[in-house]
Design a protein around this ligand. Structure first.
Ligand SMILES: *Cc1c(COP(=O)(O)O)cnc(C)c1O
Length: 382
């Protein structure tokens, strides 16, 4: 494993299974029609998995595009030598557009100010600025609003556009693609269809038209007339929502797991408290283990007294409050210091899934690997 001999003085680490990423990407690749290119979404450090190794694995398995949220994230990938096309979804200060030109990064035009900023700041001495126009069809986050704004955009593009400004893509983002009721989804798709019809009628040749995130990709496979799908969560082996599991003919493999090792083991007497507030009291003599991971690692305080971990193939419950750097576990029997603790992942017959942690926190699976902070080293299984 890469970084294996790295100094883990504390012995808390996350493992990212790159073979699982490759499996997920190539399964989608083979299931989807060839007409659809696969864009691997690696924003937010690859949903906490590590943007660069994930991008490389995705490329090996057939992804032909990458996407990130920030220009900074795209620049980091370029600096690391990534050559695939990259789209930045989020807002970029137009003053920075020349940086995108210089590094061959495609930007999103999310509203008129972006467009006028592009016209003003594009650097004619560099390669053209390539942009994907985003249409807001009902997400109300980013994108031109409706057909009237698009009409204005088309007029302005014909007036002000130049060979330095290449309209490369048209896209939208769907708000409810993971929900069984498709009413709102259909409305968004209709609006998107209107938008593409307008761009087509205006005779603007846009290379990429895209709308699908993981959920819409799973749901529609080839049934939307687009030529690029933007896959995030499912590349990491997670389902956008539980009911979608049945829609895929292949299994996704979870790539992220989280481990530590007991740093202390002791027996406490009846009535003795554990952690701040002494909110947990031993009901009898009990074995207690200390795990060197806490809320500063993203192992959230809300998991106090709730989360379970696996030690020696058996589930154990956390007791007392999660501290900044550590938390405690009630042991069913004495364990050795250094014994492996699985916080996320499988061990023996037991497994703790990202979905289980998300449920305990009342959140979605997306948030779980993202919340594990940079202090936890990521080790890569090739
Ligand atoms: C994050 C993101 C995606 C990926 O969504 P998943 O549900 O993780 O597949 C796609 N498109 C846009 C615009 C995004 O911001």
């Amino acid at each position: 494993m890469q970084m294996e001999s790295n100094c883990l003085y504390r012995q808390t680490w996350a493992e990212v299974d790159l073979a699982a990423i490759r499996h997920n990407v190539s399964s989608f690749r083979h299931w989807l029609p060839e007409s659809k290119q696969l864009m691997a979404v690696v924003k937010a450090n690859g949903y906490g998995h590590g943007a660069l190794p994930v991008a490389q694995a995705a490329q090996q398995a057939g992804a032909t595009w990458l996407a990130v949220a920030l220009l900074e994230e795209a620049l980091e990938l370029r600096e690391a030598g990534v050559t695939l096309p990259i789209l930045v979804f989020g807002h970029i200060q137009p003053e920075a557009f020349p940086l995108a030109q210089e590094h061959g990064i495609s930007v999103s035009i999310n509203h008129f100010e972006d467009w006028f900023g592009a016209v003003k700041h594009v650097d004619p001495s560099l390669a053209p600025l390539r942009f994907h126009l985003k249409i807001d069809t009902g997400m109300s986050r980013l994108g031109l609003l409706g057909v009237e704004e698009l009409e204005r955009m088309i007029i302005s593009y014909k007036e002000k556009g130049s060979s330095q400004l290449v309209w490369e893509g048209l896209y939208t983002h769907l708000a409810t693609a993971d929900e069984e009721d498709s009413t709102y989804l259909q409305q968004q798709l209709q609006r998107f269809q209107q938008a593409r019809d307008m761009v087509q009628r205006a005779g603007i040749p846009v290379s990429y038209v895209h709308a699908e995130n993981s959920a819409a990709t799973i749901r529609f496979r080839q049934h939307l007339d687009t030529n690029l799908v933007r896959i995030g969560i499912s590349m990491y082996g997670l389902y956008p929502s539980p009911w979608m599991k049945e829609l895929l003919p292949f299994h996704l493999k979870e790539a992220f797991s989280l481990y530590s090792r007991l740093s202390m083991v002791k027996r406490i007497n009846e009535g003795v408290g554990v952690s701040y507030g002494a909110a947990y009291r031993a009901k009898q003599g009990e074995w207690v283990g200390t795990i060197p991971i806490g809320y500063a690692d993203g192992w959230r305080r809300a998991l106090s007294n709730r989360a379970e971990v696996i030690i020696n193939g058996q589930r154990h419950r956390l007791i007392g409050r999660v501290c900044m750097d550590q938390c405690m576990v009630r042991l069913v029997e004495r364990q050795e210091v250094g014994e492996k603790v699985t916080l996320i992942g499988g061990q023996g017959p037991e497994a703790i899934r990202i979905d289980d942690i998300a449920a305990k926190l009342g959140t979605i699976n997306y948030e779980v690997p993202c919340m594990i902070s940079a202090r936890v080293p990521r080790l890569y299984r090739p």
